[in-house]
Design a protein around this ligand. Sequence first.
Ligand code: PA5
Length: 418
Amino acid sequence: MTVKFKSIIDWNDVSETLLEKALAANMALKDKTSPGNDFLGWLNLPEKFDKGLLKDMEETSELIRGNCQVFVIIGIGGSYLGARAVIDALRNETSPEILYAGHHLGSRYLEELLEYLKDKEVFLNVISKSGTTLEPALAFRFMEEFMKKKYGKSRWKRIIITTDRSKGSLKKAAEINKAKTFVIPDDIGGRFSVLTPVGLLPISVSGLNIKKLIEGAGKALHKCEKKEVENNISLQYAICRNHFMNKGRNIEILSSFEPELHYLGEWWKQLYGESEGKEGKGIFPATCQFTTDLHSMGQYIQDGQRMLFETFLVVRKSKYKLRIRKNKKNLDSLNYLSEKTLDYINMKAFEGTLKAHLEGNVPCNVIEIDELNEHEIGELLYYFMRSCGISAQLLRLNPFNQPGVEAYKKNIYMLLKK
Ligand code: PA5
């Protein structure tokens, strides 16, 4: 039961320099000498996880689960994507319903959400490290007014605030109203925060086992401390991506055949896009949801400009049993698939696609998850974060800042006459 990595790459073709640089980058993370080393709080988190914090999150989530029908998570970017990725990938409970707000400025969605919540028992978790991000701040203003109307003063027993230890307007609101608060550590940025209360509290409220998620990440951390490339998925992945980029492949597609992994792709996209897309550098991260996108993007991948490489995220085992039954009339001519499961057919679709894309000269990696569970997703999340830390160093970048995000914020505030 583990995550595996395969690259359709000739390792003899990988330059010694790239190998050495990647090994050094991994060690620089370990020794905390890499660029942005004041933001490496996530690196060792799984092995020294605060037991008191874990208990606090589990108890809080039990209280929420026992008293609400809808749990609303307010946040954007790194403050919601990790939770959503894990919840969508793994959850099969239906209660409480988990809904999201503050991740865009569309008014129809928020208006409909407020209407929908009117006759429901609601808890809110507002998550923002800065406490000033416009989208979640606005959503929280609407949601807090709604909670005031519905619950009066006792609303603050139903609002959980996850924010900075000491600064920002959310911190102030938490103090004034004595709301339950979780801290986002100073040395962990949004897109690396899934294993802090940012991701873990909502994941726990969804009914998933956060201890197992942390254990899985711990297993990956242990493997990533190894100096050799074998068994170190983060190193292998960082090397392959940069090897492909050096050959002119500047776009990576993360492809999956499981719709429930859509938000894992969104989380990955932000992780790599915001960490590497700076100073005119970086591999552009894109995602495809197969087989759906084989009928829209498949043509380009197979036959368009050769600037892509692809990483397939594949799940080997499934607990679902949907099986094709023999049909007497066989009008759809599908009886040749009798007794096959839908998962078997989906796996053949992956194998066929991989073969086709390789034949179409698309360099490919395969990341295999044995089965979708907390442990393996925890492993995968850690491998991706650690690999991002290595990969950014290969591009001589600090992965932990995002100066480009400020440009649009500056303009919007100017246009709104802040
Ligand atoms: O990765 C990041 O740092 C960003 O994506 C932030 O998470 C995002 O912009 C939200 O910021 P905040 O948590 O301050 O509201």
